[in-house]
Design a binder for this molecule. Structure first.
Ligand SMILES: Nc1ncnc2c1ncn2[C@@H]1O[C@H](COP(=O)(O)OP(=O)(O)OP(=O)(O)O)[C@@H](O)[C@H]1O
Length: 304
């Protein structure tokens, strides 16, 4: 994908199966929003093949769009509408696309309850707090009972309780209704809690595509060793800390001071992967996982 002459996505290939929750993680400018906007059909790609629910998003019609739910990074309009009236009006646009399996739109009172906005139902959208506004964004995203839901940094501005409620909602949508969910986040804990799979993007490339358990297994095998030698601090990541420390002492003996070995965290692993991608050096010693899962029917596919 290019903006003018700048290429911001390179060879981004992944598939998402029905009912799967996939978290797209990466630093600012990695290409998360661009990827998600291409999938939503909001942004035209410059190259590659994309299918969402079997359709190329660049050619998706209203009936296709009605099967998607979108929560953008920031939505700051509709200020003069009362919350309930707005959701009822917006939801009515989905009524022609109701099916036996996907009753559209959702009941507005149930929806208000699900996102925790019942008490704000009569207030104007413009009078909601930041977190309440974000809850409304989520309500707008799911009022049409989407088969595929895109959430761009959905929990920014949420207090811990709202965050927990939202996590419950995502699990319910995926578990009970079989909704396929692709979300972007900067929060590794959130990705670990919510996602069946984590796709890490850095500098427009996928540097990891793994289940949280697979990522954690990598972490369990790696450690960080810190020491001071001739008053200078050193840090290294290694998968074989015992051997590393033995070699260090064999080579430098008494010159080693303040030795510390600590198990790497998921955050360390993520930062090491991103650093390796950004500097072009694979010095993290951590394998990049990849490849589509087998035995699943993709609901969304991207390749370039
Ligand atoms: N409309 C645009 N025109 C030109 N360049 C753009 C445009 N939108 C995004 N970019 C560039 O594309 C790259 C990817 O941006 P994108 O918004 O997809 O990143 P992101 O991973 O979502 O970042 P963040 O975490 O900050 O939201 C960045 O280098 C950004 O500057």
């Amino acid at each position: 994908m290019t903006y003018g002459s700048t290429t911001v996505l390179h060879g981004v290939n992944f598939e998402v199966a029905r009912g799967e929750v996939v978290a797209l993680l990466g630093p600012n400018g990695a290409g998360k929003s661009t990827t998600i906007e291409i999938l939503e059909g909001f942004r035209m790609r410059s190259a590659g093949d994309v299918r969402v629910l079997g359709t190329d998003p660049a050619l998706g019609d209203e009936a296709w769009r009605a099967r998607l739910g979108v929560v953008l990074q920031s939505w700051r309009d509709h200020a003069k509408w009362p919350v309930r009236a707005f959701l009822a009006h917006y939801g009515s646009l989905y009524a022609p696309y109701s099916t036996e399996r996907y009753a559209r739109p959702r009941d507005v009172d149930e929806l208000l309850d699900v996102v925790g906005l019942t008490d704000q139902a009569g207030r104007l959208v413009g009078q909601l707090s930041g977190g309440q506004r974000r809850r409304l964004d989520v309500a707008i995203g799911i009022v049409g009972r989407p088969e595929v839901l895109f959430l761009d940094e959905p929990t920014v501005g949420f207090d811990p309780e709202a965050r927990q409620d939202f996590h419950g909602l995502v699990r319910r949508l995926a578990g009970t209704e079989g909704t396929t969910i692709l979300l972007t986040t900067h929060d590794l804990d959130e990705a670990e809690k919510l996602a069946d799979r984590i796709v890490i993007l850095a500098k427009g490339r996928i540097v990891a595509d793994a289940t949280p358990q697979e990522l954690i297994r990598q972490v369990e095998n790696s450690a960080e060793v810190r020491w001071v030698q001739e008053n200078e601090p050193f840090t290294t990541s290694t998968r074989t800390p015992t051997r590393f420390v033995r070699d260090l002492f064999e080579r430098h003996g008494a010159a080693i001071d303040k030795l510390e070995v600590r198990r790497a965290t998921l955050q360390d692993t993520y930062l090491a992967m991103v650093h390796a991608a950004e500097t072009g050096r694979d010095d993290a010693g951590i394998a990049v996982l990849g490849g589509p899962r087998t035995g699943t029917q993709p609901i969304a596919e991207v390749s370039s």
